[in-house]
Ligand binder design. Structure first.
Ligand code: PGA
Length: 261
């Protein structure tokens, strides 16, 4: 399946891998396998992982493995991918809060190894630069697990974002704010700005794994993999990572791809 994209990725080294699995549960298990492999080969590695609805199954599987004694996350540094500007993780509408409840707390990840987005910093420029430096100081990201927004965003890199972008504050689109309101109880107020790892920050990871499920994203998946690399669809820049980039899709999300080759 990965061969269908030959020649469309410019000067990248190798081609992204597109893995199509039968179900959401299979997608979650495959992503959990990659997280576990990464940690097994370097127990003190640094990784980033997403929030939202897509990774819930992956987190459940990782927590299961930790509780079964199959996975040790006691030395892993976790860098948060994104959150809203001006919210702490205790805020009702905080992405980090979801991450804490679905993964960090039940898996018992030591809090001192969790790098929270410095969303409350007065000097965002200085704080985001320090965040980038902390990633470098941790040895770089061994793995970035990411999702795909319905508008093509990765983390909160909204349309208009280029592959050179670093961790920063940016304005959210109304579409993303509406999308994320669905994670919370009715009436949750979604802020207008976010702080996000940049696309360039994510592209520096040794391995990038994107998980996508559901028919609603089949069209954007196809555009991301087969259309031009463009800031209109920020996720398309992930193809610059060549064979460091793997997309794991359930059948529904892969429905518009040519799977005959
Ligand atoms: P979702 O969000 O997992 O809730 O679909 C993905 C994203 O916006 O990155």
């Amino acid at each position: 399946m990965s061969s269908e994209n030959q020649g469309q990725f410019g000067d990248t080294i190798g081609q992204p891998t597109v893995t199509v699995v039968a179900s959401y549960d299979d997608m979650s298990r495959r992503a959990a396998d990659i997280v576990a492999e990464t940690i097994a080969s370097d127990p003190a590695c640094a990784i980033t992982v997403p929030t939202g609805s897509t990774p819930v199954g992956m987190y459940a599987e990782l927590v299961r493995r930790v509780k079964a004694g199959e996975l040790d996350v006691s030395r892993v540094s976790i860098f948060c991918l994104d959150d809203y500007r001006g919210t702490t993780w205790e805020d009702p509408a905080s992405l980090t809060k979801l991450l804490k409840h679905e993964f960090l707390i039940p898996a018992n990840v030591p809090d001192e190894l969790v790098h929270y987005m410095p969303t409350m910093a007065d000097d965002a420029e200085q704080a985001t630069a320090a965040y980038e430096e902390a990633i470098v100081a941790a040895g770089g990201l061994s793995l970035a697990v990411i999702g795909l927004g319905p508008n093509g965003h990765v983390a909160f890199n909204e349309p208009g974002s280029g592959p050179e972008t670093r961790t920063r504050v940016l304005d959210l689109t109304q579409q993303s704010r509406d999308q994320n309101a669905a994670y919370y109880e009715a009436g949750a107020k979604i802020p207008e700005q976010a702080m996000t790892m940049g696309l360039g920050t994510i592209l520096d990871a040794k391995r990038i794994v994107m998980i996508v499920n559901g028919e609603a994203k089949a069209g954007i998946v196809k555009q991301m993999l087969t259309g031009p690399m463009t800031a209109d669809l920020p996720a398309s820049w992930m193809r610059l990572a060549g064979d460091r980039f793997e997309v794991i899709l359930d059948q529904a999300a892969a429905a518009e791809l040519d799977q005959t080759r």
